[in-house]
Design a protein around this ligand. Structure first.
Ligand code: SAM
Length: 356
């Protein structure tokens, strides 16, 4: 077992995170650089379970506590909390950060010991809308089953609005997800009809629980203020439209999730987005087999947004095999026939789609 106070490896992790985050998340980088220089801070991470000792967990714990005290001087550095924020390389950051953490160390330790980094990326809904639109044209209304749904925010597709390139706004929600596209596919002109939407997750997050919701937002990097705002708005929508997310395993409980759609009078469409990379390759294979088993019995479609490099068991386009990208593919079963369609690649958070 790791000695929590022999933390040179932890320091190295903070240094490494400071380097990799620098180009796109300067505050995240500066916080990690400060922590790497202060053993009293870096050693805190040793209190997390060994498989959770990632710098972003400590950053999320600090962010979680700061969200409750947005007037604290430390908030002046957070772009999501202060519009005219202080520069990440402002030398006062180190001292302000250390004081904030030390004054709250029992709460920080509690969070490190009990929490894990969790995400739910609402922008990925923009990847599914055009594909749902195409599926719907042949099978009619859909019943959405999102596997690995986290807080279920990606089951609320119909509750957001979308704009593809300079096209019309689809939907009436104030939460607008903008997505740029490249390639020849035409953007949808209306939202797909989704009669029902359900999610399944190994550890669902209760979006309606304010503490859970705050932890989810705390895991969003403060440098990405637009993502943070989108997530906060989606969580607000989830208060009035609570997502239906059940607890269970992607492979073992897939059949049950599909059976739940029996009374929806709609075509079941399964989605996974950045989920199957959490499964061992054998379990990825088992998931593919589970979908195929369902498909041999009834018409069903599975749409995935997954990384080929991390999900080798999936049917990826040959030219994408082992690529570190987000591949968009569907497997459809119609009258016992299996058909795979590669749609293209996308930004992992849904900002763009490159159609094939
Ligand atoms: C990175 S999150 C992605 C969440 C959501 N799909 C999205 O795109 O925002 C991965 C989710 O997969 C869930 N997960 C991992 N392994 C799972 C399994 N075997 N069965 C069900 N859910 C699983 C995790 O709990 C986590 O909520």
């Amino acid at each position: 077992m790791r000695d929590p106070w022999n933390d040179s490896e932890l320091i190295e992790r903070f240094r490494a995170q400071a380097r990799t985050a620098l180009p796109r998340a300067p505050l995240n980088s500066a916080l990690c650089a400060s922590i790497a220089q202060d053993r009293s801070l870096s050693s805190l991470l040793g209190h997390a379970p060994p498989n959770q000792q990632m710098p972003v967990l400590l950053l999320a714990a600090i962010h979680f506590l700061l969200l409750d005290e947005p007037q604290h001087p430390l908030a002046a550095w957070y772009p999501n909390l202060t519009i005219e924020h202080r520069a990440p390389d402002d030398p006062a950051l180190a001292e302000t950060l250390a004081a904030f953490v030390h004054e709250r160390s029992p709460a920080v330790l509690e969070l490190l010991a009990t929490r894990s980094v969790q995400t739910n990326e609402v922008g990925r809904c923009a990847l599914f809308v055009p594909i749902f639109d195409e599926i719907q044209r042949t099978v009619g209304p859909l019943s959405h089953i999102d596997i690995g749904a986290s807080a279920g925010l990606t089951t609320l597709i119909s509750h957001y609005s979308y704009r593809y390139d300079d096209g019309p706004l689809l939907g009436t929600s104030d939460l607008v997800i903008d997505c740029t596209t490249r390639g020849t596919r035409t953007a949808p002109v209306a939202l797909p009809t989704i009669r029902a939407a359900r999610g399944l997750d190994a550890t669902p997050i209760a979006a309606a629980d304010p503490t859970e919701a705050r932890w989810l937002t705390a895991c969003c990097w403060p440098d990405q203020a637009d993502r943070f705002e989108r997530l906060t708005n989606a969580l607000e929508i989830a208060q009035t439209h609570p997502p239906d997310v059940r607890s269970g395993d992607a492979v073992d409980d897939l059949d049950t999730m599909v059976e739940l759609t029996d009374d929806d009078d709609a075509h079941p469409v399964i989605t996974t987005s950045w989920v199957l990379n959490y499964l061992e390759v054998e379990r990825q294979e088992a998931f593919v087999a589970a979908v195929d088993r369902v498909g041999r019995e009834r018409d069903v479609t599975w749409v995935f947004a997954e990384s080929p490099a991390q999900t080798p068991a999936l049917d990826h386009a040959e030219d994408l095999a082992s690529e570190h990208t987000t591949a968009l593919t569907s497997t459809s079963w119609r009258n016992g026939q299996r058909h795979v369609q590669h749609f293209g690649t996308a930004h992992p958070h849904g900002y763009w789609i490159q159609w094939r």
